[in-house]
Design a protein around this ligand. Structure first.
Ligand SMILES: [Zn+2]
Length: 176
């Protein structure tokens, strides 16, 4: 079965950028490699030019192509997909998200759902193929989707960095 492994720099950036723009949507691209059936996401890079709104984000198609072509000249990584956030849900890709994924032939999409108002810190854990935990009063869910043979399905997401997140949260609790 396919899966997504999110490396530390990518996870940190997705968390920070999604929380930073809450209640707007964050959007970016994912750079990495695919080995076997596993997508290793090394970097998540925000689209600075993205027009952010509550409902949708538009991205200049030419900008995306240009970034992609530059990328192959400066790194071994390639564009494996994209990520975006859903402030306060929904906890799944929208029909538009799925349509976009198909139209742009995106292999992988990571969805970060952000909810505010969790006073009590929650430990990060894997449940139902997704990652959930809290950061500084925000409840975060990270889901991965793969587009393969015309179908889009949720696939497991792993991130080694969650161990650090739990350790850091513990330290903060002790110092408060
Ligand atoms: Zn969406």
């Amino acid at each position: 079965m396919s899966k997504i492994v999110i490396r530390n720099p990518a996870l940190i950036n997705m968390l920070v950028s999604s929380i930073e723009v809450y209640k707007k949507e964050a959007l970016g691209m994912l750079l990495g490699v695919k080995r076997g059936k596993t997508y290793y996401i090394r970097y998540a890079i925000n689209f600075q030019k993205a027009k952010r709104g509550y409902e949708s984000i538009d991205i200049d198609d030419r900008t995306e192509k240009r970034i992609n072509s530059l990328l192959t000249r400066v790194s071994k990584y390639r564009l494996v997909g994209d990520f975006h956030s859903h402030p306060d849900g929904p906890y799944k890709l929208s029909l538009t998200d799925k349509k976009d994924m198909k139209e742009t032939a995106t292999d992988v999409s990571v969805l970060v759902v952000i909810e505010k108002g969790y006073k009590k810190p929650k430990r990060w854990k894997y449940t139902n193929r997704q990652l959930q935990g809290s950061v500084d009063g925000y409840y975060v869910t990270v889901q991965g989707y793969e587009h393969s043979k015309g179908k889009i399905k949720k696939i497991p997401v792993k991130a080694p960095y969650v161990k650090n997140l739990n350790r850091i949260a513990k330290l903060h609790q002790m110092s408060n």
